[in-house]
Design a protein around this ligand. Structure first.
Ligand SMILES: [Zn+2]
Length: 135
């Protein structure tokens, strides 16, 4: 089977995960279908960036998950805005950080509903004994 690495999620996936693009050198898109779907979706996604070694999470929400992941990954590489994440990325390596989707909401959901849910998931994580990068 043919494999290809997606430019967005950096995961190695079988070629059937990549859409057809006849003008490209291998006949397929450079971004996998899952990531392209993220790109076009406008649903709200409550997402955590979790340091699996330290059991510490940064919780936030976005309507552009694909873009969000790219920005976060770029910040992990180049120095994260959050000084604690920056320190831990240097200490544990950026491979320690994984994205986690907690919940998605339809695009017409009011922000206050999502913010309430974000507050709830933060409390839930604390109960589970996980630390948070953002209070
Ligand atoms: Zn991908």
């Amino acid at each position: 089977m043919k494999y290809k690495i997606c430019i967005t999620c950096k995961e190695k996936k079988s070629i059937k995960h990549f859409g057809i693009l006849s003008k490209s050198s291998d006949g397929h898109r450079s971004e996998c279908k899952e990531c392209r779907q993220d790109e076009t979706a406008t649903d709200w996604v409550v997402v955590g960036l979790e340091n699996e070694l330290k059991k510490k999470t940064f919780v936030t929400f976005t309507s552009r998950f694909g873009q969000h992941k790219r920005e976060q990954r770029s910040q992990l590489h180049n120095g994260h805005r959050n000084s604690n994440i920056k320190r831990d990325a240097a200490e544990d390596g950026i491979e320690a950080f994984k994205f986690k989707v907690y919940k998605t909401f339809p695009s017409n959901t009011h922000k206050s509903v999502i913010k309430k849910w974000v507050a709830d998931i933060k409390n839930q994580l604390k109960i589970e004994g996980k630390e948070l990068y953002n209070k």
